[in-house]
Each structure stands twice: as C-alpha cells, then as structure tokens.
Design a protein around this ligand. Structure first.
Ligand code: SF4
Length: 328
C-alpha cells in the first residue's frame, strides 16, 4: 500500500431488492409494505451500465433472505427475472457487470456457504456488516442480526478464501465494551482465516419515520474514541474505512482510518439517501496532505495472494497497477 495514501473506490450502487426478512429499528432501506417493494430489473441495470461510467466496482446490496419473509417473493422474482432465488439473480447481474468492465462486490446480508460458493467466482470481494456482537433492542425484530449468525457467515467466507469487508455500526445501543468485544471478534476471525480486508466504522444516523428517529448520532468525540480503539485492536493489515458522507474524515485519518469506501457519480447511497457523497475533487482537498488514490474492491494483498477467479482476472489485470491499486 502506498504510504500516506488514502484510498477510495469508484462504484455504482445497485440495490437489487428492498424486501428484507429483518426489521431493524433504524432502517429506511427495507420495504415497509408490498407497495414499497421493488426488484431492480435487468433492463434498468443495463440502462445504467450503458451510461458513461468512470467506475470499476458494482456494489450490490439487497434485503436479507427475502424468500423467508415473503412467500410471494420467489414467485414474483421468477416472474420478473426468470430466476428462482435472489442469489441466482444476483449472479446474473454480477456477470453482466463483469461484461461491462465492473468488479462486483455483494452484500446481501447473511448468506449460507452454498450461497457464497455460487457468488464467489463472480465477486472481487464480499461483505457483511457485523454491526455489533451485542444483543440489542434495535434488532429485536431482526433474526439475521443475531451476532452468532453473522460471525458464522464471516468465518465461512474465510474458509472459502473470500476477501471480506465487515464493520461496526456505532450508536445503536451498544456500549463501549461491546465495541471492544466486536472488534476482538473480527480480529480473531481474521487471525484464523486472514480474509478481512477492511473494517468500516460507521456512525448511526437517525432517519425520519423509523423507531430510532429521535435517537442522536454518536458525538464526534465518541466516534473518534472508537477509531482509536479500532486501530489499536485490529492488525495493521486490516484497513479502517470511514464513510465520507457520514463523517468528517480528515481527523479520522489522523487517527488511523485510511479508506473512504465507495463513492458514486451515478447512483446515491441507498442506505443513507439523505447524505450525498462528496465528489472526488472535494475528497482530494479534504484528505490533503494525504493523497487520495483509487483502489479496486479487492485489496492489493488479496491480488498478490491470487484470491480471485478466472472470471474476474482480466479486469484485475486491466485495472491494477504493480502495487495492486488502480493504475493511472
Ligand atoms: S437487515 Fe438491513 S435492510 Fe434489513 S431491516 Fe436491517 S438494516 Fe434494513
């Protein structure tokens, strides 16, 4: 990794469906009613792919296990996509993305080993926010937020040698001790499998019309304290990422954050739709005197180790320089 460099990725953000089996108290992403539900169609995706894209990453998100919460979902999915499961459909979208020069990164919530095996070869990396290892009120209606479910998936991704992104959501009712416990859990999974490429430290931001709309975000001092602890606990090879549309990153970089995640010129942050990403030129000014440098959704360490498939090899060879970051 280049010294004194802060990295970011240029992506397009594709929220495949907002149907989710969970109902987290802070979420504005999931469909609240059948009328709100959507599935992104192939022609919509192609229309986006056929615009002039500067991106190298296709970030796919979806609600978790929609087939479980909505028995009609599988029928609807089949009718509009011809696929029987969300994972099968996601794989099709990933192949289209690769054909258009984009490296996929999927975060579909908790997946089984079989699901990950299906998606592994068409993804440069995958992700799942751990959020916390604590049992919280905010997750009382979210079976998929059971910490053991999420730790299990992160471990299984390690067994499959999938470069992996995870993270903590700060300010959803967890204590400072819970944060340490969560970071230690990530550290110990990484010690076993070596597959964690980055840990996102993300502040909770209240959203209107949610159960937590009146709860405040963590203060900046509290957030900085988490950054310090995270940098102390996590090994240096795990990059700490902070989202530049939800934080003031300059001071956080001084404390050890060195990645700003994906930003998109063409799509919005569907998880935090009220918070636009800064433009690249703005980010360059924000991080100075550090130098902003684009990376791929697979970190250089995993390119060197060859943790990628033949399907995405041509794109990695096209985009990665000798140091594994984006070639100029
Ligand atoms: S799992 Fe994600 S999409 Fe589903 S309700 Fe929770 S925050 Fe929303």
């Amino acid at each position: 990794m280049k010294n004194k460099y802060v990295t970011f990725s240029k992506n397009i953000f594709i929220p495949i469906t907002n149907v989710c089996r969970n109902a987290c108290d802070y979420c504005v992403y999931r469909a609240r009613s059948p009328e709100d539900a959507y599935i992104v169609r192939v022609n919509q995706f192609l229309a986006l792919l056929n615009t002039k894209l500067e991106a190298t990453e296709a970030l796919f998100t979806a609600g978790e296990k929609p087939e479980l919460v909505n028995p009609e979902f599988a029928k609807w999915l089949h009718k509009v996509t011809g696929c029987s499961t969300l994972v099968e459909y996601t794989k099709e979208l990933c192949k289209l993305a690769i054909g258009h020069g984009l490296l996929p990164h999927c975060n579909l919530g908790v997946l089984s080993t079989e699901d990950m095996k299906q998606l592994r070869d068409v993804n440069a990396s995958m992700g799942l926010m751990l959020e916390t290892t604590a049992e919280l009120e905010a997750h009382k209606n979210s079976p998929g937020k059971a910490p053991e479910e999420r730790l299990k998936m992160i471990a299984e991704a390690g067994q499959l040698k999938i470069p992996f992104t995870t993270g903590l959501l700060i300010g959803i009712g967890e204590t400072p001790e819970d944060r340490i416990h969560s970071l230690e859990a990530i550290k110990s999974l990484h010690a076993k499998y070596g597959h964690i490429q980055e840990v996102i430290i993300q502040p909770f931001v209240p959203k209107p019309f949610t159960a937590m709309e009146k709860q405040e975000s963590p203060s900046f001092d509290e957030f900085k304290a988490v950054l310090r602890i995270a940098r102390q606990i996590l090994p240096a090879e795990i990059v700490i990422q902070v989202p530049p549309n939800l934080t003031a990153p300059r001071e956080l970089i001084e404390l050890g954050a060195s990645d700003l995640g994906g930003i998109s010129e063409k799509t919005i942050d569907y998880i935090n739709p009220e918070s636009p990403w800064p433009r690249e030129a703005e980010l360059r000014k924000i991080v100075a005197p550090f130098v902003l440098w684009e990376r791929l959704p697979i970190y250089p360490r995993f390119i060197r180790k060859g943790w990628y498939s033949d399907e995405i090899r041509p794109l990695i060879e096209r985009y990665a320089g000798e140091d594994g970051l984006r070639r100029l």
